[in-house]
Design a protein around this ligand. Structure first.
Ligand SMILES: Cc1ncc(COP(=O)(O)O)c(C=O)c1O
Length: 412
């Protein structure tokens, strides 16, 4: 218990007086604190700090004794398969979130009757930590990921994870795993927050217990060749009133079979249409979509069936500021075909955390193939260069999208 309070105090010191000297002994995980006497001089002040620190939410940190870092080749990282040493874990029990912990990532034991496995109460997020020009870790609009995580939680009847705790836990984890951020430009530490139901029971109802976790995976530069899409006219991704706007695990399970069929027919991904009339474009695989028609940029309006992409939002803000006309509206695939035939539909691109923007080489609808390579994808390139530039500190961050990761404990 004493260690816990030392830790609380250390973190309190960190957040309140970032310059305090805090000694951290990783070998035995006992944290000793040495305050600069002028700042905290009396025993009474320490007691007050301890009491206040009890009110703060602080994650326990149990370091692993063996790091896998030296065995990873950062020049050759298979996407999604290499995990860092530690992860964040926090359980929701008795109606509240318990103390979180950052500890060694290892397999966990879960009851076969776990509700998430049977009824799909599972949500996630996808975001990245980068290194800026001074080699310091930064996050891109993390608060929007926290908010979207909670919007997904609400839709699936799961408890929200307080935004501040989400952000602080992310900061603490990325700080601890900072050496896992690959050094080369274009690489990043992929962050995967997720929440699953934890009740051990069979029966369709919301779980009473949950587990929130954050995993870290180093990933290499994400270069994609321009992709070929086909509209889907039998299967759907989302209908009005469904869970399309949530980042629910089940949405991805449902997309697998149509994606497999599209691949078998020579296409890279499915372009989803609305569930009622099969004519309004929704999104693509794991990306939002943009079209350039007559020099104007149009993108499907997020009306409850489309994931509100954070890259989409950022691309819209950037493009508008760069003087482009951008319209969010219902996009009828038949209008796109007509515009293509008239030579007005010249470019399309997808946006998402993984690749920022992905050029679209062609779209097939109803057997009619629209080739979109002729103009050379200038807008897709501009969006990627700008958003990547902001992430790596090469382009001025006029919007304040970049959030530096604070160093939590000054090692001595
Ligand atoms: C279905 C879907 N649409 C769009 C996106 C793009 O969202 P973001 O830009 O927040 O990564 C993603 C990726 O998270 C996704 O899974």
């Amino acid at each position: 218990m004493a260690q816990y309070y030392y830790r609380c105090l250390a973190d309190l010191a960190l957040w309140k007086f970032g310059n305090l000297k805090v000694l951290q002994n990783y070998d035995n995980a006992i944290f000793k604190i040495r305050f600069i006497p002028k700042i905290v001089s009396s025993f009474a002040e320490v007691i007050i700090l301890l009491l206040v620190s009890k009110l703060l939410i602080v994650n326990k940190f149990t370091p692993t004794s063996e790091s896998k870092l030296s065995s990873v080749d950062f020049n050759n990282i298979p996407f999604g398969q290499v995990f860092s040493d530690h992860f964040f874990i926090c359980d929701f029990k008795d109606g509240e979130w318990q103390t979180g912990e950052i500890k060694k990532l290892e397999p966990m034991s879960i009851h076969p009757g776990n509700l998430a496995w049977h009824y799909g109460q599972a949500i996630f997020e996808g975001m990245k930590a980068f290194k800026d020009q001074d080699n310091n870790p930064v996050l891109f609009r993390p608060e929007l990921h926290a908010q979207r995580f909670n919007a997904s939680a609400r839709r699936l009847c799961m408890p929200e994870f307080p935004e501040q705790r989400f952000l602080e836990s992310l900061q603490q984890l990325v700080d601890i795993e900072r050496e896992w951020i690959p050094p080369s430009k274009g690489s990043a530490l992929y962050l995967r927050p997720l929440m699953i139901a934890m009740d051990e029971a069979i029966g369709v109802r919301p779980s009473a217990n949950y587990r929130m976790m954050i995993l870290c995976l180093p990933v290499g530069p994400y270069y994609t060749k321009p992709v070929k899409l086909i509209t889907e006219q039998e299967f759907i991704r989302a209908a009005h009133g469904g869970v399309g706007e949530a980042k629910a695990a089940g949405n991805y399970a449902g997309s697998l079979q149509p994606a497999q069929l599209a691949k078998a027919n020579g296409f890279d991904q499915v372009m989803w249409l609305d569930a009622k009339e099969f004519k309004y474009v929704q999104e693509v695989g794991t990306m939002n979509i943009f079209f350039v028609v007559d020099g104007k940029i149009i993108t499907p309006i997020t009306n409850g069936t489309i994931l509100k992409g954070i890259t989409r939002m950022s691309a819209i803000e950037y493009l508008k500021s760069a003087g482009y006309e951008v319209e969010e509206k219902l996009v009828d695939i038949n209008d796109l075909v007509q515009a293509y035939k008239e030579g007005k539909f010249t470019e399309a691109f997808g946006t998402g955390t993984a690749a920022v923007s992905t050029k679209i080489a062609a779209i097939q609808h109803d057997g009619f193939l629209m080739n979109l390579t002729e103009k050379g994808h200038p807008v897709a390139t501009e969006v990627k260069d700008t958003l990547d530039g902001i992430r790596y500190g090469d382009v001025e961050d006029k919007w304040g999208w970049i959030v530096p990761v604070k160093s939590s404990l000054e090692m001595s």
